[in-house]
Design a protein around this ligand. Sequence first.
Ligand SMILES: [Zn+2]
Length: 237
Amino acid sequence: MSKLYEHGTLAALMAGNMAGTIAVGDLLKHGNTGIGTFDGLNGEVIILNGEVYQAVSDGHVNHVTERDAKMPFASVHFPDKPTPVTLQQVNFDLLNGQFVDDHQLANVFAFLKLSGHFEKVHTRIAPKQERPYPSLLEVAKGQPEFHRQDIDGTILGYYAPDVFGSITAAGWHLHFISDDRQFAGHLLGFSADQLKGDFEIFDTLEQHLPVEDQDYRQSKVDLQSLRAGIAAAEGSK
Ligand SMILES: [Zn+2]
């Protein structure tokens, strides 16, 4: 069973610690598949087979080959004997309900990757922020959203149990990227007749913290508003 490696925490992002704290090259030592964001919350990242793609807020997708580029928050893993899956009439309702129940995901971290033809895809892309960084909640109010119909692509990302919902997004956190690599983003909604792919669960979470970063060391997290803020900023249905 493989290990999920996570750099940074959602709570730190919520508090406005958006500066990059791990280089892409270092992150890729811990996984060749995953999702994340770049320095200053600059876009939505998809990592597939060691290739790094960044959707930026004007809607373009960059193929990132620079290994020194830094990220404040990312989750990656090396796939290890994933379980094949074929799903019909796929949308977030199915993933959040029946899929979680069928595979008993409620209390585990899991990865899901599904490819095929999507009737609809609804995404959003975080715009790059400048210092002094706002809270993630404020950023969430002004994020460009995108809609596509009849597009071939892949969704991938992670499931986290509710009790871990302050270090990462609870439930599914999925990103989309089209087969032609021209359209990508953080997934807010989708529908597809049939998707094929695989999933796996992790028995180990490695939570890496940016301990050299002074902003992180000095930041204060307001637990009272954390959950509500995360729901508003990272929620998907
Ligand atoms: Zn995302």
